[in-house]
Design a protein around this ligand. Sequence first.
Ligand SMILES: NC(=O)c1ccc[n+]([C@@H]2O[C@H](COP(=O)([O-])OP(=O)(O)OC[C@H]3O[C@@H](n4cnc5c(N)ncnc54)[C@H](OP(=O)(O)O)[C@@H]3O)[C@@H](O)[C@H]2O)c1
Length: 306
Amino acid sequence: MTTVSVFGGTGFLGRRLVRRLASEGTTVRVAVRHADRARSALHAAGLDRVSVFGADVRDQATVAAVVAGADAVVDAVSAYVETRGVTFEAVHEQGAKTIAREAAAAGVARFVLVSGIGADPESGSPYIRARGRGERAVQQVFPAATIVRPSAMFGPGDALFSTLAHLARLLPVLPLICGGRMRMQPVYVEDVAEGIAHILADPGAMSRTYELAGPTVYTLREIFIVALRIIGKRRLLVPVPFAVAEVQARLFELLPNAPLTSSQVDLLKADNVASGTLPGLRELNVLPKAIEVIVSTYLGRSRVDA
Ligand SMILES: NC(=O)c1ccc[n+]([C@@H]2O[C@H](COP(=O)([O-])OP(=O)(O)OC[C@H]3O[C@@H](n4cnc5c(N)ncnc54)[C@H](OP(=O)(O)O)[C@@H]3O)[C@@H](O)[C@H]2O)c1
């Protein structure tokens, strides 16, 4: 792939993918709403040769400008909280469709949509439903599209371990939604970026759906325990029913960086693990790294509280 346009190229996943592709000699275009912020971040990362386009997936003309002449397009755009004008449907369904349709019209060879494990067009959750409908819309307008469904991703700056560690340093007790029984299979964000880079290099990945998950399945309770062990804290874990978590999430969403969102609560209502029926990192020749190896490198340690 010589020219790849990455929508959401400054995000938690997107910026790692951009760095990886650029280091392989690919010409990369980053498409985001906040172009100036993106230029500063890329400059700070020494990636001055990556070009930045101000684009909004809800604006067809800006999307068309970014995909024209590209060999591949990746949609790694995210919206975790609905605000005025930014709905899950507008970003994850209509936005994904707009990018895929414009890419098809421009003759782009490859399209990758980053979705998520559990995406379901019939879900009662607006977030999970928009993800499922986004996948379906993309497959309709760009049949060769590759769908990538990661489980919860971890890495420096993640919304999982970094948030847990932050809360554990602030609070004497931690709320554990529904007793933390739900299972998940967290995956290292760099492994997902590597998997997408391999997908772009492999025509055999066209029209396929991949579930990208880590090597181990954990319950949410086990995730809390691992995080507490790594930062050297002991905290009481207090079970919280879903109904209470939903109210908490709606209140948190009034803050700029919500530690918990309604979409996350929805995702916790079902296990978030690979189905085993779809290809994953192994088929992409990526060896998934374990939480225990990676998370301790960025959460840091403090003394065990009495
Ligand atoms: N993080 C996880 O654990 C996780 C797990 C499973 C699946 N996923 C999926 O992985 C993908 C990437 O997630 P992430 O966590 O890396 O996202 P993120 O850190 O929130 O980044 C989102 C990116 O999208 C851009 N963006 C947002 N709205 C946009 C719009 N309307 N038009 C154009 N660009 C827009 C943002 O830049 P601007 O704000 O400048 O526009 C930013 O670059 C998403 O599809 C997400 O659902 C994430």
